[in-house]
Ligand binder design. Structure first.
Ligand code: SF4
Ligand code: SF4
Length: 361
């Protein structure tokens, strides 16, 4: 699939079979590439879609038992799931402009009553669905269709038999499978061991290390800090090419890698894309720049606005202003990596792993 952004003038290509996604730089008047990196899209290229309003496993404490502090507070909040009608309206608006969606929300998306209908509808309309699951209630009978319709599946690292069972079942169906590993003060020793001692389960595409955030049930005391020797040791491991080949990171991690893994080529970086190329849709059908905006400070109701109007709204513009230096420490203004990093997370200073933010928290 190819697409040219009509407002910001660059091209995007996406391969739905491999997930490869490429953006050009901003195009000049004759269509030639310039040195200017585009800042945003006129429409999100990737959407996180919170189809789950509540989590039956959360109520039985599955996340707590595994040590993951659910940022969606799945064990305390109970809202209706997203309806198929809302989901269908979303896909109809996204067709040809959004390449992929990541299904999630408060619980395992494979437990949504219309899950199969949703992934089929998305794929048939050229939007590739992906999803994350704990694997607890995953029905192996749906996996042939998951293989047919989905791009990749991520299994959350819940350190349980059901995690292992889900990984094996997905791999045996030939499904591209990642592990989502929430990196916090309580899990970083295990993460170091996985990389240093090459303990990543075989057959896995990548282990994606996601930064723990002090949102929902997430504790501030579990948030990684720049000056921690373990944080330095972990991220420094990615100066070795072989370690980069088995791991991936959320874009929130960019400042940490910039500091501790300087051998990674600058061209490989994508910093926070929230509100620039991606956004989150809540189960009750609001658009947020990022799923971690738990207070919904930048929410726009999709029952009253199109996705396009919401993505180009004043609320989203206010959020995007934060990339442009609003409220950043002075050090960002003179930092040689500011183009790459854009000052880190626009929502929470506390997760930016950079010495500039050590005093700001
Ligand atoms: S000083 Fe600011 S721009 Fe530079 S790496 Fe740190 S957070 Fe990013
Ligand atoms: S807004 Fe913050 S939490 Fe959300 S993707 Fe960006 S860096 Fe991560």
């Amino acid at each position: 699939m190819n697409y040219e952004d009509p407002i910001f003038k660059y091209r995007v290509a996406f391969n739905p079979n491999t997930g490869v996604y490429i953006r050009t730089s901003v195009l000049g008047p004759d269509g030639q590439q310039t040195e200017i990196e585009p800042f945003r899209g006129e429409f999100p290229h990737l959407l996180d879609v919170g189809i789950m309003g509540h989590c039956k496993h959360g109520l039985s404490g599955k996340c707590e038992q595994s040590g993951v502090e659910c940022y969606q507070t799945g064990n305390r909040k109970f809202e209706p799931h997203m309806t198929f009608e809302h989901f269908k309206s979303l896909i109809d608006q996204c067709r040809g402009r959004t390449f992929q969606i990541a299904l999630g929300g408060r619980g395992d998306p494979d437990q949504h009553p219309d899950f199969m209908k949703m992934i089929k509808y998305a794929r048939e309309n050229d939007v590739v669905p992906n999803f994350t699951t704990s694997g607890f209630g995953l029905d192996v009978n749906i996996l042939a269709d998951v293989k047919k319709y989905c791009g990749a599946v991520a299994v959350s690292h819940y350190k349980s038999n059901y995690t292992q069972r889900a990984i094996q079942a997905l791999l045996s169906h030939g499904i591209k499978t990642n592990i989502h590993f929430v990196l916090s003060n309580s899990s970083i020793d295990e993460a170091i061991e996985w990389i240093e001692n090459k303990k990543i389960p075989s057959g896995i595409n990548r282990v994606i290390f996601l930064l723990h955030k002090p949102v929902g049930n997430g504790q501030m005391s579990n948030t990684l800090r720049f000056n921690s020797p373990k944080v330095k040791r972990f991220y420094s491991l990615f100066n070795q090419e072989e370690n980069c080949q088995v791991a991936g990171f959320d874009t929130c991690t960019a400042p940490a890698l910039i500091h501790y893994a300087p051998r990674i080529q600058k061209a490989a970086y994508d910093t926070c894309e929230g509100g620039r190329y991606s956004a989150y849709v809540t189960p009750d059908f609001k658009l947020l720049p990022c799923s971690f905006d738990a207070e919904q400070n930048f929410a726009v109701d999709l029952k009253e606005n199109t996705v396009e109007a919401a993505f180009n709204s004043i609320e989203f513009d206010c959020y995007r202003m934060r990339f442009e230096g609003y409220d950043h420490p002075e050090k960002c203004a003179t930092c040689s990596d500011v183009e790459l990093c854009k000052g880190g997370c626009p929502l929470m200073k506390s997760i930016v792993i950079c010495d500039a933010f050590e005093q700001a928290v």
